[in-house]
Write a protein that binds this ligand. Structure first.
Ligand SMILES: Nc1ncnc2c1ncn2[C@@H]1O[C@H](COP(=O)(O)OP(=O)(O)OP(=O)(O)O)[C@@H](O)[C@H]1O
Length: 324
């Protein structure tokens, strides 16, 4: 994607902020309880990440937010509207990017965007102009006049994002938006979503690319077997012992110094980028770094081996039923 340009509003009026409030929502498919009890608030001006293992209910939840599935229980508010009883108003408010693009295979990228714009009441020249802006925004200008069936997976993702943005929605729901994108396109997506959030939109993103989400999301909602994980459990997982990767000019000297600091030899793991040791909390890490430097070790890098979200995710999923 190219460096993002401002997304001109399709409507003249400045959009009012729209929080999403989800209270005790559930949805089953026959005997399968895809979503059991989910509650969270996604605030306008922020990116909220939806994180959970395969089958934990993320897509089902997003479909309910997007008015495409009716909950069996609980309530959802998107701004001032209820997706069940006011689905038209909610659809006008939100842009939905599904994990798989359903597209008109024989239509060109441009034509698809024009038709989508028309579905949202943008007609004539305005629809053509909007399609032209969006193909630039998602870096598909060169492919704008090719049928959508020729697009690669990553290009389809960009097309899907463009479609979600057609009516300049106040709320964006994105299911795995980074999947299939190359590194440059991922960075462009992050920059674009951060800017859209800074302009006051409410953005909910589900993703398994947790390093990406760490840099993108203001807050995360963790799902486990269809339910939101309590804030206490998330915090306990976040501060639990994790691996820190340390690199020094003299690797052997570092290893000895770590042992001298009381870290068992069998808990020191050598990786290409340095030695990984388990540490509980930032305080302990800061103390160890000071001790290593104090012992004359020339430390080149010292950082968590995985990001916050990934660490929390892994810890939540390692403690299983016992911690529930
Ligand atoms: N239409 C359906 N009919 C029956 N079961 C379904 C249906 N949709 C989802 N499920 C089941 O509900 C559960 C949650 O599925 P969902 O797709 O919401 O999970 P997810 O968190 O999005 O998973 P992933 O990370 O793999 O995309 C799964 O067990 C799935 O098999």
């Amino acid at each position: 994607m190219s460096a993002p340009e401002p997304v001109p509003a399709a409507s003249a009026a400045a959009p009012a902020p729209a929080d999403i409030v989800v209270e005790d929502v559930g949805r089953s498919f026959g005997a399968v309880q895809a979503v059991r009890s989910v509650r969270f608030t996604a605030r306008a001006g922020e990116v909220t990440g939806l994180v959970g293992p395969n089958g934990s209910g993320k897509t089902t939840l997003l479909l309910m937010l997007a008015t495409l599935l009716v909950p069996d229980r609980g309530t959802i508010r998107i701004g001032e509207h209820d997706p069940v009883t006011e689905s038209a108003a909610v659809r006008a408010t939100l842009g939905w990017m599904p994990d798989v693009l359903g597209s008109w295979a024989n239509l060109t990228v441009r034509r698809s965007l024009v038709l989508t714009a028309r579905l949202y009441g943008i007609t004539g020249r305005a629809a053509d102009d909007r399609a032209a802006e969006l193909v630039e925004l998602v870096d598909l200008a060169e492919l704008a006049d090719r049928p959508t069936r020729v697009l690669s997976r990553g290009q389809k993702q960009r097309m899907s994002l463009a479609r979600a943005l057609v009516h300049d929605p106040r709320v964006l729901l994105l299911d795995e938006p980074a999947s299939g994108l190359d590194p440059g396109a991922r960075i462009a997506l992050r920059v674009l979503l951060r800017r859209l959030a800074a302009e006051g939109r409410t953005i909910v993103v589900s993703s398994h690319v947790l390093a990406e989400l760490d840099e993108l999301a203001d807050r995360a909602v963790f799902l486990e077997a269809g339910s939101t994980v309590s804030a206490d459990r998330v915090e306990a997982a976040r501060v639990a012992e994790r691996g820190w990767r340390i690199r020094a000019l003299d690797a052997e000297g570092l290893r000895e110094a770590l042992r001298a600091q009381g870290i068992d030899a069998d808990r020191i793991v050598a990786e290409p980028q340095g030695l990984v040791v388990p540490l509980a909390g930032d305080e302990r890490a800061a103390e160890l770094l000071a001790a290593l430097v104090g012992a004359g070790i020339r430390v080149v890098s010292f950082a968590p081996a995985v990001g916050d979200l990934e660490h929390t995710f892994l810890d939540l999923n390692s403690d299983g039923e016992a911690a529930r």
